[in-house]
Design a protein around this ligand. Structure first.
Ligand code: ADP
Ligand code: MG
Length: 252
């Protein structure tokens, strides 16, 4: 299997001189094409920073990040932005959608910026995605007029507009109730089945249980990982048990 992203020995610190603190302590990670992985670990262990480092959003002090064979850290700011826009999708706990723009316009905004001439196709694609995720009838709503789960669906549509190779989700279900969490995870599952790699940060063992590899982070290092068969909708309780068992063992 080809690798989408390879991070090698990534070191990242914040602060100056005596206040300097290593947040990533030499992290190496590889994500395969079409793989569905998650990262778990206590708050402050460096999960978000790792995701930002792998996506080129955060500069690192040391180490190497390779995306589809290209050295990300050697690229110009423009080249990097281009890759992020066309090959990566991002989903956060609170979708960063704009008020006073309706749901549809929020979804198409980044793509329109890139390719205004193609407006009709972009709108068509957004509508198809909205239909897939069950928010077709909400296109004219303001973002304040929909539920958290619906908002997250819109965020996912926006992330999918560019047909990314990989989606980074930083606690994408962290603000959702358990029903919406399940629905959003079903969505990620379908997206992954279509071939998009997904890397999720989560505190929820039930969320991680739907992924096929769980990396455990502690103090800026990946200290362990658990591999599971690709999720097929069965055995969720046993998968959760394996994960919580590992967390107990690691003291997470
Ligand atoms: P996690 O996502 O696992 O909760 P983070 O990657 O957000 O952890 O943060 C790891 C550590 O790095 C935390 O102690 C946090 O305070 C620190 N940190 C993160 N971003 C910054 C920043 N921009 N400036 C200073 N410290 C930061
Ligand atoms: Mg975080």
């Amino acid at each position: 299997m080809n690798k989408v992203i390879i991070g090698e020995n990534i070191v990242k610190s914040f602060g100056e001189a005596t206040e300097k603190r290593n947040v990533l302590n030499g992290v190496s990670v590889e994500i395969l094409e079409g793989e569905f992985v998650s990262v778990m670990g206590p708050s402050g262990s460096g999960k978000s920073t790792l995701m930002f480092a792998l996506s080129g959003m955060e500069e690192v002090d040391y180490g190497k990040v390779t995306f589809e064979g290209r050295d990300l850290l050697a690229l110009s700011e423009n080249e990097l932005a281009d890759i992020r826009r066309t090959k990566m999708g991002f989903v956060f706990q609170q979708p960063t959608l704009l008020k006073n723009l309706n749901i549809l316009d929020n979804i198409i905004l980044p793509s329109m910026r890139d390719n205004r001439k193609n407006g009709a196709n972009i709108t068509q694609k957004a509508r198809a995605l909205m239909k897939n995720v069950g928010i077709a009838e909400l296109e004219n709503r303001d973002i304040t007029q929909v539920s958290g789960g619906q908002l997250q669906r819109a965020g996912i549509c926006r992330a999918l507009m560019s047909n990314p190779k990989i989606i980074f989700g930083d606690e994408p279900t962290g603000a959702l109730n358990s029903k919406s969490t399940q629905e959003i995870m079903n969505l990620f599952f379908e997206i992954n089945i279509e071939g998009t790699a997904i890397m999720l940060v989560t505190h929820d063992a039930k969320v991680a249980a739907r992924t096929e590899r769980i990396m455990f982070m502690l103090d800026g290092k990946i200290v362990n990982e658990l591999k599971l068969p690709k999720f097929d909708g069965t055995d969720i309780d046993r998968r959760v048990e394996k994960i919580t068992g590992k967390m107990l063992e690691l003291g997470i």
